[in-house]
Design a binder for this molecule. Structure first.
Ligand code: AHG
Ligand code: MN
Ligand code: MN
Length: 336
């Protein structure tokens, strides 16, 4: 027997219209980004049939081999930002330099940053991947420069991600909590399905790439050792572990059922702050986590308080349930 049709939910456009902050250009930009993410989702779903798997045969500024889908989704998001008319300039994981769209003053009130395809190593094995974006205010009365992008995470006007998983969802904050929308692939519409996401305070689940254990700093080793010790250890409870290798998917799980995610500095590359990028990975996801009642830190200070110094800057990341993040920060403070 067919299950009854679900009641119609609020659309993304309806949700934006219901927000206190009536920023028409920001709302237009979010709708444009959502439409592009729906297109990326359709390409992802076609996979080998759409000739979107495999390597693009080039390296990005991070020294990583680009996948076809990294390049395709980057190009789609650049085109989206330009055609929206709301964006002065974009920065991307896949672009060494920013792209300024229009030298004329006052064209585009926002700067847009994105990780077009997060979790690239999952593409060819049909595991969840995503898109992350962060919106910052653009300068007025002059063309944007790379320097204009170096704003701390608290300056973000909007942040979100699309997760291309068993369902495609868009999770968004405008600074008044976190809302999740599900894509209906039949008609490309987004419906509010996860209003008011809150990260549970209590958790028994961590996410970290355990294969790097021997390289971590002492405070991170201590935190994970305590979790692994389980019920008879310092924590007095057993922990579970998950690692999707797409931060978007790990953060989505944490937003829905709690947990903590770590991608810490490690001693293999002592001069590199971490693997993840501050401007288009850590800041947008960190703000979403804070807006859902969690915490996001580099082990010493909130991610959102870091003053950025470069577009592709790396950072050590600990985020999720506030009590766990506070514990990791306390371990760092004790070790210092
Ligand atoms: P990207 O695909 O955009 O380069 O990001 C991948 C990141 C992040 O999403 C994920 O948590 C991490 O790299 C996975 O790293 P490991 O391969 O070390 O597990
Ligand atoms: Mn990424
Ligand atoms: Mn990426």
């Amino acid at each position: 027997m067919d299950s009854p049709a679900p009641p119609p939910g609020q659309t993304l456009a309806g949700y934006l219209a219901s927000q206190d902050q009536a920023d028409a250009s920001l709302h237009a930009l979010i709708l444009a980004l959502a439409a592009t993410c729906a297109e990326i989702s359709a390409l992802v779903a076609r996979g080998a049939l759409g000739d979107v798997l495999g390597s693009a045969g080039a390296e990005n500024v991070q020294g990583e081999v680009q996948k076809k889908l990294d390049v395709i989704s980057n190009d789609m998001l650049v085109a989206c930002a330009e055609s929206s008319g709301q964006v002065a300039a974009v920065g991307s994981e896949e672009l060494e330099d920013i792209i300024v769209f229009d030298k004329a003053a006052d064209r585009g009130r926002h700067l847009l940053l994105f990780d077009p395809l997060d979790g690239s190593s999952n593409i060819d094995v049909n595991v969840s991947i995503g898109t992350i974006f962060s919106v910052l205010p653009a300068p007025t009365g002059r063309a944007a420069t790379a320097q204009d992008f170096l704003q701390g995470g608290r300056a973000q006007q909007a942040a979100g991600y699309a997760l291309y998983g068993p369902q495609t969802v868009l999770v968004l904050t405008l600074g008044q909590g976190v809302a999740g929308f599900t894509l209906d692939p039949r008609d490309g519409t987004w419906t509010l399905t996860h209003p008011g996401l809150r990260i549970p305070r209590d958790t028994r689940e961590f996410a970290i790439n355990m294969s790097n254990q021997r390289h971590w700093a002492a405070p991170v080793r201590r935190y994970i050792d305590e979790a692994l010790a389980g019920r008879t250890g310092a924590r007095g409870k057993d922990f579970n572990m998950r690692w999707v290798a797409a931060m978007v998917a790990d953060v989505h799980r944490i937003l829905n059922r709690g947990g903590v995610f770590l991608y810490p500095w490690d001693q293999r590359e002592p001069d590199r702050a971490g693997k993840l990028r501050l401007m288009y990975e850590a800041n947008p996801l960190g703000w979403l986590v804070e807006q859902a009642g969690g915490a996001a830190s580099d082990g010493r200070q909130p991610l959102l308080d870091i003053a950025p110094t470069s577009l592709h800057q790396r950072v050590s990341v600990v985020l999720g349930s506030a009590e766990e993040v506070e514990r990791v920060v306390a371990h760092h403070a004790e070790a210092a």
